[in-house]
Design a protein around this ligand. Structure first.
Ligand SMILES: Cc1ncc(COP(=O)(O)O)c(C=O)c1O
Length: 356
């Protein structure tokens, strides 16, 4: 297949069925590998759609600058798009951003602006957004795409990702998707419920994230979670929530790599862990977990024992057997809970939600 430029290779990502790491041999658990996109993550889709829509509305013109806050993958995607389309890209990042992401972005010509002071709660996202506003206000012709509120972010997935899934599956029992901006969960949830009316949509968040109204506390996973509820989180399409702990996701990543040869990023580990929990409680239906990026982003970090030790996580804690993982998935640290109402109407309803 010949493409006119590297952006055309975006999408049509593979879906792989788990063969060994299953609650029961007959279970059908599938993982969509978004790390196969050209900058190795699901954010290529949102970034390209937001850029194309900004171009079509005249907000982006040749020579424009894009300033964006990113925990990593949106930055890689924008660096790639900037290189192909000729935009100046300034990425506001923080010390949690994986090293490989920073090197990737700068190799493609993006500029980095590092925020080093976390908010009093310990998160960096509000500080990054303040810095984006400062930069976008002071650089002539600069725009910010605001992935947290921009409806073109979920729309990318409703328009492009959901039809790929609908084409691959005749039936689908559950969609398991992680949340940061809410872009892929909301876009896929809304669109796929129209194709599969019985579909159960389960959101996966990090323990410590405040995206669903819980108090924020720092956590280790990258890419997933937020210290506030983003506008792009359309909770009306979400049936339940599973808050996954760092150790659950990181140990799942290691077992999945060894058992199935699938090397996922940390949020993908959380999604597959949640898929195992879902499948344990709901036998029979096909379950699809979205893996937002590849473990290649984290080889020298969460897959590296020395790095983990430096971060205060003894790697032994993550060295579980497949049987251990399946046992943990049956009794996770936080049991999934149903979401009876929109979270932004009633954050407390999350706390009182019934166990799914
Ligand atoms: C690795 C990773 N996982 C999950 C997400 C969450 O995706 P979304 O922003 O669509 O909620 C992101 C977003 O940046 C990510 O980079």
């Amino acid at each position: 297949m010949i493409y006119e430029n590297v952006l055309e290779t975006l999408g049509d990502t593979p879906v792989v069925r788990l063969r060994r790491l299953l609650p029961r041999p007959e279970d059908r658990i599938f993982v969509k590998l978004e790390g196969s996109n050209p900058s190795n993550s699901i954010k290529d889709r949102a970034a390209l759609h937001m850029v194309e829509q900004a171009e079509s509305r005249g907000r982006l013109v040749p020579g424009s600058t894009i300033v964006e806050s990113t925990s990593g993958n949106l930055g890689k995607a924008l660096a790639l798009i900037g290189a192909v389309k000729g935009y100046r890209i300034i990425l506001v990042v923080d010390p949690k951003t994986p090293r490989s992401v920073l090197s990737y972005a700068t190799s493609l010509g993006a500029e980095l602006d590092m925020v080093t002071q976390p908010d009093p709660q310990g998160g960096y996202q509000p500080a990054r957004l303040r810095r984006v506003r400062e930069l976008a206000g002071s650089i002539p012709g600069a725009i910010t795409l605001n992935q947290y509120e921009n409806p073109d972010n979920p729309q990318a997935h409703a328009t492009h990702t959901a039809p790929e899934i609908a084409k691959d599956f005749d039936e689908l029992g559950a969609l398991i998707a992680t949340v940061s901006t809410g872009g892929h969960l909301s876009g896929l949830g809304m669109a796929l419920k129209e194709c599969f009316p019985e579909l159960h949509v389960r959101a996966v968040d990090a323990v410590g994230s405040a995206a669903f109204g819980h108090p924020f506390s720092p956590y280790k996973m990258r890419g997933i979670g937020l210290s506030w509820t983003p506008g792009n989180l359309r909770s009306e399409c979400v049936d339940s929530l599973h808050r996954v702990a760092d150790t659950e996701a990181l140990s799942l990543c290691r077992v999945l790599a060894a058992e199935e040869g699938i090397l996922l990023g940390e949020s993908g580990g959380a999604a597959v862990f949640a898929a195992l929990t879902y499948a344990t409680a709901h036998p029979g239906k096909p379950v699809l977990a979205i893996a937002p990026d590849s473990g290649a982003n984290y080889l020298y970090e969460s897959y590296d024992d020395e790095w983990l030790r430096e971060q205060g996580t003894p790697p032994e804690v993550l060295s579980l057997t497949p049987e251990d993982i399946l046992r943990h998935a049956r009794c996770p640290v936080h049991p999934p809970m149903s979401l009876p109402r929109a979270v932004d109407d009633a954050p407390a309803s999350v706390e009182t939600a019934t166990k799914a």
